[in-house]
Ligand binder design. Structure first.
Ligand SMILES: Nc1ncnc2c1ncn2[C@@H]1O[C@H](COP(=O)(O)OP(=O)(O)OP(=O)(O)O)[C@@H](O)[C@H]1O
Length: 268
């Protein structure tokens, strides 16, 4: 038997000044008996570079999918710069650029067509879209592959073209699920540069990652989730409390290396 879900709180955004770029209140999602996200409340300050970290299956993708309007929460609410994602999706989604994990791209388009399509869908004029698509393909190192079908892209190239579709309309908030996964170090450095510049000029980034070192170097804030629960959140310096983020993560999430059980793997 499944438990009844808590009723939704009233649809009023949290009253804080300045309004957070993203405010989550009591976000929850269950798949059958599995609680993927267990009532997460978190403010992402405007202008922050916010890392979301957690072990495999922690609920990061599920939480970000609810934040970006891709997955309806069982309970809780999300506001983007004061716009309720589920009550006023047009306003909220217009302010967001999203790189989702595992969502199929229209991969029978070429890279340039896909980015152009994303811009036109956002209601931009053709000239602006063409100019920005050219800029994005250039900085992401995809110029030579711009005429190739996305289905023929490598995993890293597909990630970069998906990122371009998230950036084309110059959103106020970027939500990026694992943007560096499968991306080569040179491209990763240019993506980091783009994101740092974006934040320096007023944007807000939320990024999920498994790479603690990267989050420690790149992000101003971090939230640690495990088992669908928020274990810690705040500035990176506050969360790591003088140590490395990786050590703090292991301490919070628990577990250690269980290497003892595979003696059959020893070859000598
Ligand atoms: N569509 C689904 N149907 C059933 N269970 C799901 C579904 N999506 C996620 N889950 C489960 O919810 C939990 C959280 O998954 P989620 O993908 O959000 O984790 P994650 O933190 O993004 O993991 P990873 O770091 O491995 O990508 C997992 O136990 C997963 O098996």
């Amino acid at each position: 038997m499944t438990m009844p879900l808590p009723s939704l709180p009233p649809a009023t955004p949290p009253v804080t000044q300045p309004a957070p770029a993203i405010a989550m209140r009591g976000l929850a999602k269950r798949f059958a008996d599995k609680v993927a996200v267990n009532g997460i409340s978190l403010d992402v300050p405007a202008g922050s570079f916010y890392g979301l970290v957690g072990p495999n299956g922690a609920g990061k993708t599920t939480a970000l999918s609810m934040v970006t309007g891709l997955l309806r929460p069982d309970a809780g609410q999300v506001w983007v710069h004061g716009a309720d994602v589920w009550a006023d999706p047009r306003a909220a989604k217009a302010m967001m650029g999203v790189l989702a994990d595992g969502v199929r791209l229209f991969d029978r388009l070429t890279g340039r067509q896909l980015v152009t399509y994303a811009g036109l869908l956002r209601g931009m004029d053709r000239d602006t879209v063409a100019a920005r698509a050219g800029d994005l393909l250039h900085v992401l190192g995809l110029e030579e592959s711009a005429g190739k079908l996305v289905v023929d892209y490598s995993a890293g190239m597909a990630k970069k073209i998906a990122l371009a579709t998230a950036l084309i309309h110059a959103p106020r908030v970027l939500v990026l699920d694992e943007p560096f996964e499968a991306v080569d170090p040179v491209s990763a450095a240019s993506i980091r540069g783009i994101l740092a510049d974006y934040v320096a000029h007023g944007g807000t980034v939320v990024v999920s990652s498994h790479v603690m070192d990267l989050v420690q170097r790149m992000c101003s804030h971090v939230a640690v989730i495990a088992g669908g629960n928020l274990l810690a959140a705040g500035t990176v310096d506050a969360v790591r409390a003088g140590g490395s983020l990786e050590d703090r993560f292991v301490e919070l999430v628990g577990g250690g290396s269980a290497t003892g059980g595979l003696s059959w793997l020893h070859t000598s």
